[in-house]
Design a protein around this ligand. Structure first.
Ligand code: FPP
Length: 250
C-alpha cells in the first residue's frame, strides 16, 4: 500500500472521500480570551485554511463546511454583518491559496439571501476555481438540511401536479437527486468541534450513514493534528451500512 509521505500513519486506501465539518466554538474561544465574538470567527478562518490544506494534502476530494446556517440569521445584526464581511474578505484574500492548492470552491444554501457583494464575490470565486480538481470546498451558507429537503419536496410536488411524475416512482435516489447536494457523494465522516454533540440541521439526508466524530477542541484551535486524529479514528471504524461484520469481511 502506498504511503502518504507526511502522514505515514494514515492508511492511504481508506481516505474518506467527503468530510463534512460543523465548525463550532468561535464565540467561546473569543470569550475565553476576553475578546469580542467576531475575533473568534477571524481566528476561525485560519483554522479553515489549515483544514483545507490538510484535506488537499491527504487527498480528501470533498469538504463541506457549515459556515452560516439558516438559523444564524437570528444572531445580532452586528455579528451577522461582521461575519458576512469576513466571508467576502476571506474569499478574496484566499483565492490565490485556493488556486495554488487546486481547490474548487462551491456554495450550498440559499445564496440569494446573502448581501449582494457577498453573493457576487462567491460567484466570482466559483467561476475562477471551477477547473481545479484536487479538492472541492463546499461552503454551506444560509443553509440548513430542512431547507434543502423542503425545496426538494416542493419541486417533486410541482412535478406531480404537472403530470411529470408518478408518486409511486418517488425513491430515495430521486429525493437525493433533487437536493442541492445531488452532485456530491454523501459524507463519509462528519466532524463537530467544541464538545457539542448535535447535528444542528446540517446535511440531514446525506449523513444517514456517515461516521460522526466529536471533539472538545474549539474551532479556532482546530489544527491539522486534530484533523489527523479524526481521520485516524475514522480509519479504525467498521462501516457496516446495516450489514453484519461477516458480510463486510467478504
Ligand atoms: C460557530 O461558532 C461558527 C460560525 C457560526 C461561523 C463559522 C465561520 C467561520 C469560521 C468563518 C468562515 C469563513 C470562511 C472563509 C469559510 P459559534 O459562533 O457558534 O461559537 P459558540 O458556539 O462558541 O458561540
Amino acid at each position: 500500500m502506498e504511503q502518504l509521505l507526511n502522514y505515514p500513519q494514515i492508511q492511504s486506501n481508506k481516505i474518506p472521500t467527503h468530510v463534512a465539518i460543523i465548525m463550532d466554538g468561535n464565540g467561546r474561544w473569543a470569550k475565553k480570551q476576553g475578546l469580542m465574538r467576531i475575533f473568534g470567527h477571524h481566528k476561525g478562518v485560519d483554522a479553515v485554511r489549515g483544514a483545507i490544506e490538510f484535506a488537499a494534502e491527504i487527498g480528501i476530494k470533498y469538504v463541506t463546511m457549515y459556515a452560516f446556517s439558516t438559523e444564524n440569521w437570528n444572531r445580532p445584526p452586528i455579528e451577522v454583518n461582521a461575519l458576512m464581511k469576513l466571508l467576502v474578505d476571506s474569499i478574496e484574500k484566499e483565492l490565490p491559496t485556493l488556486m495554488k492548492n487546486g481547490i474548487r470552491l462551491k456554495t450550498l444554501g440559499n445564496i440569494s439571501q446573502l448581501p449582494g457583494n457577498c453573493a457576487e464575490q462567491l460567484f466570482k470565486a466559483e467561476e475562477q476555481t471551477k477547473n481545479n480538481d484536487n479538492t472541492t470546498l463546499i461552503l454551506a451558507l444560509s443553509y440548513s438540511g430542512r431547507w434543502d429537503i423542503t425545496q426538494a419536496m416542493k419541486k417533486i410536488g410541482n412535478d406531480i401536479q404537472n403530470g411529470l411524475l408518478d408518486p409511486n416512482s418517488i425513491t430515495d435516489e430521486l429525493i437525493g437527486e433533487t437536493l442541492n447536494t445531488a452532485q456530491y457523494p454523501d459524507p463519509d465522516l462528519l466532524i463537530r468541534t467544541s464538545g457539542e454533540q448535535r447535528i444542528s440541521n446540517f446535511l440531514l439526508w446525506e449523513i444517514a450513514y456517515s461516521e460522526v466524530y466529536f471533539t472538545e477542541v474549539l474551532w479556532p484551535d482546530f489544527t491539522k493534528q486534530h484533523f489527523l486524529d479524526a481521520i485516524l479514528d475514522y480509519q479504525n471504524r467498521e462501516r457496516r451500512f446495516g450489514k453484519t461484520t461477516e458480510q463486510i469481511a467478504k
